[in-house]
Design a protein around this ligand. Structure first.
Ligand code: ADP
Ligand code: MG
Length: 667
């Protein structure tokens, strides 16, 4: 099927109320419509769902969406129904939570062809009776969300995901679109192999989330730190992740004792309480949820302002996914993790009962997390590199290490030594082993390879393991080394590394960070930096009106018993404070507001705005409301409003972060 870009934009506006596609969305949809298998790597919040929801809504037949968690299917289905004016039959889910009558209703809708999207858990998909039923339908395509679950090297491996390909064959082949927000190069290759789509068109967007701030703190007094942090950020929505259920309960209670409304969430709670707590968070009855990693997958609350890891996570994939839940609306998001080496040891101990291969994978993933936490390198660089992406900026400006750069040293000799060693060992060993050789450690592994007789054995014995690991790690970040995808963990020398080895040059490196107890001033600095970052990310608009709209949204979401963001997201509310729409027609011009939504939820909002406009004698920018490039025009509107309010030009310019000349160009 071919659809012009123009038509696709109309459909986007019609169903979702958006003016423009985000990132690669359009290309992805076009490729799927052209009948290709498609593989989408896009960070959390990038807008993956729309890549399958939009084509599903207008293609003939039903799209099968495979999604790992029952809890989140309902959310997604509710959201689609909200977008499409509440048509219940348009989207359904099929899982073990439905009773017989509900299943019948779903099946009837499916057979009648009214249902455009069917969400299924892999467990339900693989049931024989379901396969038999689905065979009779026309399937438009298959969407596999959270596709990293296919790989054992992903952070959330699910064996049933491995059977998807086979089931697709049984039901009837149609294009497959696989999507994930976290995949290292190794996981990517696993996914494509397992789904049997080596020729899929791959759309990889940058994993960089410039609005997220990353910080690792000493775990010397995490409870005090967390309480202080939340008190300094009142009214903001946040998630605190802990590894154990016991810790979740403890921290939630502690926060409540300290006057912070927080609820716990973990898999050990009964499901009614669990979903009640989740809803309370989504509906903004509480600001903070304290949870194990059982919470959050697919939870699409766009205005989570902080994610705190009380315990260091087991893998960087998990960490990235969890931190990715902050700032999905593109605004402020702070990601703070507490680190202590003791936690790493604890996690290693937990792994001991597991099968050897699983332990091996677990230990390596944990090693990466540790390296990340202890690194003095830009966190963003480190993370992006981990997911196979280059990052060229010297200073990202929004992580603890870039805001507080550490002293560097010339590591020319040391790097050359490492490269020489790797070269002499035919690139067949892991960083720990290399470090042990340089240190002159005669452990059993070193001996088993006879490496205690290697000419470079002990060549770096005046340093520490930590030092050599940091050098190797930076070799990878500087692209002198890279990791073998198929044999995970083995480091190879790149072309650039060979050049360096032939002719070494000055190379500035940092040592890893020592985690000591009570670095108080460090903490203070970081807090200040975080606050500044927050200020620079927050949008501008009419704050008084924004607060009123948010209250209204809260009240309406309770009345309708729907999560707040299903009504209108923060960017939409923000647009309302700039455009001051007072009719439903005008409301549609706000970002993220489609006709369906405007008609269904908009009335009380435009009424409130109309009253507000009248009471405050606001001159509405009504001749400007047809916007082409939203950001530029909204800048203009702000300027015009400023002029209306008789503010001096200089002040308006400053508020918009513009020079006077730029401002004058804009009016
Ligand atoms: P992901 O699954 O990639 O984490 P979602 O599909 O949940 O992300 O989308 C994240 C947010 O982005 C949602 O609030 C969604 O409504 C919004 N969004 C998606 N596409 C667009 C678009 N083209 N324009 C504006 N907002 C969008
Ligand atoms: Mg998603």
């Amino acid at each position: 099927m071919t659809v012009t870009s123009e038509e696709l934009h109309l459909k986007l506006k019609h169903f979702f109320g958006f003016e423009a596609f985000k990132g690669n969305q359009e290309g992805i949809i076009q490729s799927l419509l052209a009948g290709n298998d498609v593989f989408v790597l896009m960070p959390t919040g990038g807008g993956k769902s729309l890549c399958y929801q939009l084509p599903a809504l207008f293609l003939e037949g039903t799209a099968i969406v495979i999604s790992p968690l029952i809890a989140l299917m309902k959310n997604q289905v509710d959201a689609i129904r909200g977008f499409t004016n509440g048509d219940e039959s348009i989207a359904h889910f099929l899982n073990s939570s439905l009773n017989k009558a509900q299943i019948k209703e779903v099946k009837d809708d499916l057979v009648s062809g009214r249902t455009k999207l069917l969400y299924v858990a892999p467990e339900s998909l693989t049931k024989e009776e379901n396969v038999a039923f689905l065979k009779q339908l026309k399937i438009s395509f298959y969407a596999i969300d959270e596709a990293h679950c296919i790989s054992e090297w992903g952070h959330d491996f699910r064996p049933e995901y491995r059977r998807i390909r086979q089931i697709v064959e049984e039901i009837g082949r149609a294009p497959i679109i696989a999507l994930t927000a976290t995949a290292t190069p190794k996981v990517q290759s696993d996914i494509q192999k397992n789904l049997g789509m080596p020729d899929a068109e791959v759309f990889k967007s940058s994993f960089n989330r410039p609005n997220l701030y990353y910080e690792i703190r000493d775990k010397s007094n995490p409870k005090r730190d967390i309480i202080r942090y939340i008190k300094e950020n009142p009214g903001k929505s946040g998630i605190i992740y802990c590894l154990s259920r016991r810790k979740v309960e403890e921290i939630a209670e502690l926060l409540n004792i300290n006057g912070i409304k927080a609820l716990p969430y973990h898999a050990g709670m009964d499901s009614a309480t669990r979903s009640r707590n989740q809803d309370a968070f989504l509906m903004e009855e509480v600001d903070v949820i304290v949870a194990t990693i059982a919470f959050g997958m697919g939870i699409d609350k766009p205005d989570v302002r902080f994610v705190i890891h009380y315990d260091i996570p087991k893998s960087l994939e998990g960490y990235y996914q969890e931190t990715g839940r902050a700032g999905r609306d593109g605004q402020e998001g702070q990601c703070i993790a507490f680190y202590s080496y003791k936690d790493i040891q604890k996690l290693e101990k937990f792994m001991q009962g597991k099968p050897v291969s699983e332990q091996e994978i677990g230990r390596q993933l944990l090693g990466e997390t540790r390296a990340y936490a202890e690194s003095n390198q830009c966190r963003r660089l480190f993370l992006l590199n981990y997911f196979g992406e280059e990052f060229k900026q010297d200073n990202c400006g929004a992580c603890d290490n870039c805001l507080h750069p550490k002293k560097k040293f010339d590591g020319k000799e040391e790097m050359a030594l490492v490269l020489e060693l790797i070269d002499s060992l035919k690139e067949n060993f892991r960083p720990e082993h290399l470090a042990n050789i340089l240190l002159g450690e005669t452990n059993s592994v070193v001996k088993s390879y006879n490496h205690h007789r290697h000419p470079l054995f002990g060549a770096g014995k005046d340093r520490t393991v930590r030092f050599w690991m940091a050098v190797i790690r930076q070799g990878i970040l500087l692209q002198l080394l890279d990791k073998d995808i198929e044999r995970y963990g083995l480091v190879r020398i790149t072309e650039k590394g060979r050049e360096f080895l032939a002719d070494p040059h000055t190379l500035m490196l940092t040592e890893d960070r020592e985690f000591v107890e009570g670095e108080d001033d460090y903490e203070e600095d970081a807090a200040v930096a975080a606050i500044k970052h927050a200020a620079s990310c927050s949008g501008t608009g009419d704050d008084a009106l924004l607060a009123m709209l948010k209250d209204l949204r809260k009240a309406e979401s309770r009345r309708l018993n729907l999560p707040a963001w299903v009504l209108f997201g923060d960017p939409s509310l923000q647009d309302m404070t700039i455009l001051y729409p007072t009719t439903i027609e005008e409301l549609v011009r706000c970002q993220g507001v489609g006709e369906g939504k405007a008609r269904k939820f908009g009335r009380p909002f435009v009424e409130l705005i109309a009253r507000y406009v009248e009471e405050n004698e606001i001159v509405r920018p009504d001749d400007l409301v047809v916007r082409s490039a939203p950001t530029k025009t909204s800048a203009r509107l702000m300027i015009i409003q400023g002029i209306d309010r008789k503010l001096p030009f200089e002040d308006i310019a400053e508020a918009r972060d513009m020079t006077l000349d730029e401002l004058l160009d804009n009016v």
